[in-house]
Every structure is written in structure tokens, then in C-alpha cells.
Ligand binder design. Structure first.
Ligand code: FEO
Length: 395
């Protein structure tokens, strides 16, 4: 392996991850337009060697080859499993085989998962708790429990002497390309999308984790997906805003339309909001990328759902979007529902029912028979002005 495929982060600290340029879907749900990377790191201490996380199944050989270009894998003392999801832990069985003396280091919950998912025997597992340290001689790794970011067992590893934080999924982005985040022009757009897809449902846990690491002398953040942060303040600042649920005078319009009636309604709403100075993110659910929708939900203050009636209820894509909206738990404060039907309504009632246990103010709902009339469009203008007022007044 040529050394150009290995990145040196600090003295004897290396990125040995892999790039998955062709992956286009994660969890059979999230589109990955730019692929992703599975970042693993190797720390070579004077008296101990540790691998931080592994890679997705299928990339075991590439990882092993990179490790071999630096050390003999048999010399590995520790394989740190910050997170048990297979994109980082899937190569553990392979690595444990070529590193026979290595102990798997993980949290208590992680230990159970390692046994269930990867058949690691209990005597090969070393359980660590919050603030435990392992000395590698001239290098010390400290473990920071960070549960539900985004699984129950997740933890961060901090390399004290070099100030490198390995937070696994946290602070990541699904990008196959790029080395340092400050070199990628639209890095924060990708990071926001990733936050919306993966971390947004766990905002409270994210705030706790940010408080926990606030006192650390972090010089580099090395996540398990996408570019590395050698200017950590960029991503730390964004995570502070997103986890606090800071929103902007912005509305997401998420809709589906079969025969254009709902389309005309949401477009009137969009015109009204735009002319009132509200930033818009327009998503036709029949063609939109749900990752892009998740990204826009991160900082939008309002959502307009356009949900026509079909087969006696809301269109399935509108039901899906409402379900996803609730699952992602965005900080959105206001909602409007717009709908049309052919011979019998029901969509608005169903969407409102789906939203009823979600803390959001539905400031209006309009359900019309057939194409919208001039009167309907006038009502939408009124509703749009009311929504714009709320969105602009809220901070
Ligand atoms: Fe990148 Fe939760 O795995």
C-alpha cells in the first residue's frame, strides 16, 4: 500500500480508513449522493498499539493492507469499538482473527452487542466506563461514554497527548471524497444533512456530549465518516446550534399532488411565504431526496404539508413524510396542512392525527373538493401571511 493512501494525523497516529465511492443508500433509507467513507485509525504507542474502529464488511482486506503497511497486525493490543453498527464494526471478526492478542475495547452495552453481532468471546472483551484510560506508553486514550449518539452503546475515544477526538459517527458526513473538512467548500451542507438524518432525533444527548467534551483540549476531530476536522471550531459551532434547535425564518414545503390541485395550493402558499420574506425549501415528495428534506428540517421554523386524499386517507407519500418528520424530531414550531380531494376527504384529519403527540402548533388546515377556487387561494394567502408572521416573530 502506497503511503499516500494513509493519512498521518499526528506522530504515530494514522487514518487507515476506506472510501466507498459507489454506495448510494444507507439503512435502506438514506440516499448517499456522494458515497461515504468508513474511517478507522491506528495509534502506535511505545508500549501499545490500538486500532480505533474498523470498516464496513467487504473492505476488510483494504483495512488490513493499510495496517500491514505500518505494523504487523499481530502486534495490535487493542481494537476500540466506539460503536457496534456494522459500517464500523463489521470487520471486527476479521481483524480479531489477524490480531490474535488484541482485546476489544468497548462499553458495557457494546460488549453485549459485540458478542451478539460479531461473536467475540467475553474473555476477549475489555469493558470501559466513562473516563477510563488505557496507556499505550507515550500515548493515552480516554473513553467518554456518549450514549444514543446514535446507538445505546456509543462512546468517544480521546487521544490526550495529541488532542485527537475519535467520536465515531458524531461530527461525521457522508462524503467519500475529501481529507479535511475546511478544504471541502460545501462541507457544512453535507454535515447538516448527516445531522438531520442521524443525530437530530437525539438532540438532548448531543448537548450532553458537547458539554462533556467542552473541557478537552481538542485539536483534531477524526470522525468515522467523511473528512477530518483540523479546525474543530467549525463543526463544534454547527453542532451547538443544531443541538440547541436553533431555527431560521424558513419553511419546508413537503407535498405530493396527483392531479395538480394540491400542487396549485402549495405553490400559492410558497408565493405568499416568499413574498413575506420567508426562506423556502420546496420538496415534491414524489421525487425528492429524503436526506435533503432531513437537512432542511434541521433549521426550519415551519412545515407546510401538502397531502391529497387517495383511497380514503392521506396519500401514502404524505403519510410517510409525516411519519419521518416525527421520527426525526426536528425543532420545527409551526405547521400548516393543505389538501384536496375528489369525492371524499380525510387526509387532513389523518395528518393531524399523526401529528397530535408531536409538539408543534398547527396554525391552519385547508381541505378542498377538486381544484382550488379563487376563494381557496385567497384563504391560502391569508394563512400564508399568518404563518409568515409567526415564523418571523419567533426566535
Ligand atoms: Fe456509521 Fe451508526 O454507523
Amino acid at each position: 500500500m502506497h503511503e499516500r493512501n494513509i493519512l498521518k494525523l499526528a506522530e504515530n497516529v494514522y487514518w487507515v480508513g476506506v472510501r466507498d465511492w459507489n454506495r448510494r443508500l444507507f439503512d435502506a433509507l438514506i440516499p448517499l449522493p456522494k458515497g461515504t467513507s468508513y474511517n478507522a485509525y491506528l495509534i502506535i504507542g511505545r508500549t501499545g498499539k490500538a486500532l480505533i474502529d474498523t470498516v464496513n464488511p467487504g473492505f476488510e482486506n483494504e483495512l488490513a493492507e493499510k495496517i500491514r503497511s505500518l505494523i504487523n497486525p499481530e502486534e495490535l493490543d487493542y481494537v476500540v469499538m466506539n460503536h457496534a453498527e456494522p459500517d464500523h464494526a463489521g470487520a471486527i471478526p476479521y481483524i480479531m482473527k489477524i490480531a490474535p492478542r488484541a482485546k476489544l475495547v468497548t462499553t458495557n452495552r457494546g460488549a453485549k452487542m459485540a458478542q451478539v453481532y460479531y461473536h467475540v468471546s467475553p474473555e476477549k472483551i475489555s469493558v470501559v466506563a466513562d473516563n477510563d484510560v488505557i496507556s499505550l506508553g507515550d500515548k493515552t486514550i480516554r473513553f467518554i461514554e456518549a450514549p444514543m449518539l446514535h446507538w445505546p452503546e456509543t462512546m468517544f475515544t480521546f487521544l490526550e497527548e495529541d488532542g485527537v477526538l475519535f467520536p465515531c459517527d458524531f461530527f461525521g458526513a457522508h462524503l467519500a471524497g475529501g481529507v479535511y473538512s475546511d478544504e471541502v467548500d460545501d462541507y457544512l451542507v453535507h454535515a447538516q444533512r448527516y445531522w438531520g438524518e442521524i443525530m437530530m432525533p437525539f438532540r438532548a444527548m448531543a448537548q450532553k456530549a458537547l458539554e462533556k467534551i467542552a473541557g478537552l483540549d481538542i485539536r483534531v476531530i477524526a470522525p468515522s465518516h467523511g473528512p477530518i476536522h483540523r479546525k474543530p471550531e467549525l463543526i463544534l459551532g454547527a453542532y451547538k446550534r443544531w443541538s440547541a434547535g436553533e431555527t431560521r425564518p424558513k419553511a419546508v414545503i413537503a407535498y405530493v399532488s396527483m392531479w395538480n390541485s394540491t400542487d396549485v395550493m402549495v405553490k400559492q402558499m410558497a408565493e405568499t411565504l416568499a413574498s413575506e420574506g420567508v426562506e423556502l425549501a420546496f420538496h415534491n415528495l414524489a421525487i425528492t431526496d429524503v436526506g435533503d428534506l432531513a437537512k432542511d428540517l434541521v433549521d426550519s421554523r415551519a412545515i407546510v404539508l401538502g397531502a391529497p386524499t387517495v383511497l380514503g386517507g392521506a396519500h401514502p407519500l404524505a403519510v410517510y413524510a409525516t411519519y419521518l418528520f416525527k421520527a426525526l424530531r426536528p425543532p420545527t414550531k409551526f405547521a400548516v396542512v393543505l389538501s384536496s380531494y375528489g369525492w371524499g376527504g380525510g387526509a387532513v384529519k389523518q395528518v393531524q392525527e399523526l401529528l397530535k403527540d408531536f409538539k408543534i402548533e398547527v396554525i391552519g388546515a385547508l381541505e378542498v373538493n377538486g381544484p382550488p377556487t379563487e376563494e381557496t387561494l385567497r384563504q391560502i394567502v391569508e394563512l400564508g401571511r399568518s404563518l409568515a408572521k409567526k415564523v418571523k416573530e419567533e426566535t
